[in-house]
Design a binder for this molecule. Structure first.
Ligand code: ADE
Ligand code: ZN
Length: 331
């Protein structure tokens, strides 16, 4: 067993993974055909080529639009958990971002119950578990964000099927020209309904925006958080308060084009500064990644030992929104 094989088998959790970004290439093509959606090319290697976050997002949105209804969401939830379990993922808190589906008339209740059914089937088969985080799509602006949160709260109040899978609310999509504070109402409402809070920030926005997501929106975690390293004072605070960052090093190279190679990624500096910086894939099927490779490539690039990687995996468990006894069971 070499290090890469051992890290593929190591039980791992994942806190930054978009369920739509895990869609199998064959499923993308099949759903696109079924719903009469013309893709610019049927060669997905060609389709998945981008040089910036915003270019990537336009392709992510195309993949999202192949999800035509409850059955498609159920299939996606199932395949997503099965595929990740094959690389040692035992637990995940996974994003779904339903803004464009809600905009075209799909019901949030169907999306949630479809995903939940698919995940439950995969759990029964693999023993790996997954929960959900409903992400606001920033490209749609604050009002649809607040509307989604309000509907989530109603689903929770009425005990809608599968809603117990949704642990929290986050936000993703574009950061450029978006003021995180404009989502304050949505985040307040989410907290009021008892949802946990996270948010994508610092993928290509400054450290000051990361601070606002924590201090103004009340988030408990930051997804990406790359630019945090530009503000040593804020780094010290995040380390002292053990505020988790869900870092996606390979995604930052392949999607955000933030660094030429892993060697230039600040991940080791983040760990050395004492940050609770976890490892995650982001959109594995669209970037040809898996969580085993994420761990193996980071270990190789930064000369981490198996024990170092176990420490990182355990930090992942700490950063989950599980209760203490459930965290303990994963250690
Ligand atoms: N949606 C899917 N992947 C994303 C990423 N890396 N950043 C922002 N939004 C996303
Ligand atoms: Zn992401």
């Amino acid at each position: 067993l070499d290090l890469a094989e051992a890290l593929d088998l190591l039980p791992k959790v994942e806190l930054h993974c978009h369920v739509e970004g895990t869609m199998r290439p064959g499923t993308v093509l099949e759903l696109a055909r079924r719903h009469g959606l013309a893709l610019p090319t049927e060669n997905l290697d060609e389709l998945y080529s981008y040089t910036s976050l915003n270019e990537f997002l336009s392709i992510f949105w195309l993949v999202q639009s192949t999800l035509g209804g409850r059955d498609d969401w159920a299939r996606l939830g199932y395949e997503s958990v099965v595929d990740a379990a094959a690389h040692g993922r035992v637990y995940a808190e996974m994003f779904f971002t339903p803004a464009r589906h809600l905009d075209t008339g799909q019901r949030l209740a169907d999306i949630v119950s479809g995903l939940a059914d698919g995940i439950a089937a995969a759990e029964a088969e693999t023993g790996a578990r997954a929960m959900l985080i409903a992400d606001i799509d920033r490209a749609f602006g604050p009002a649809p964000g607040l509307q989604m949160v309000t509907e989530l709260g109603e689903l929770r109040r009425s005990g809608s099927p599968g809603i117990e899978r949704v642990l929290g609310v986050g936000m993703d999509s574009t950061e450029l020209g978006v003021d995180p504070k404009s989502f304050t109402k949505a985040y307040r409402a989410a907290a009021g309904f008892g949802f946990r809070l996270t948010g994508h920030q610092g993928e290509n926005s400054p450290a000051s925006a990361i601070a606002e997501v924590i201090d103004v929106l009340g988030a408990e975690r930051i997804d990406h958080g790359l630019s945090l390293v530009d503000d040593p004072e804020l780094v010290r605070r995040f380390a002292a308060e053990r505020i988790p960052l869900t870092v996606c090093p390979n995604s930052n190279i392949r999607i955000a084009n933030a660094f030429p190679a892993l060697a230039q990624h600040p991940y080791p500096a983040m760990r050395a500064a004492g940050l609770l910086a976890t490892l995650n894939t982001d959109d594995p099927a669209m970037t040809d990644l898996d969580l085993g490779y994420e761990y193996a490539s980071v270990a190789e690039a930064f000369d981490y030992t198996f024990d170092d990687m176990v420490t990182i995996a355990l930090d992942g468990v700490d950063a989950t929104w599980l209760a203490d006894d459930a965290k303990h069971a994963l250690r």
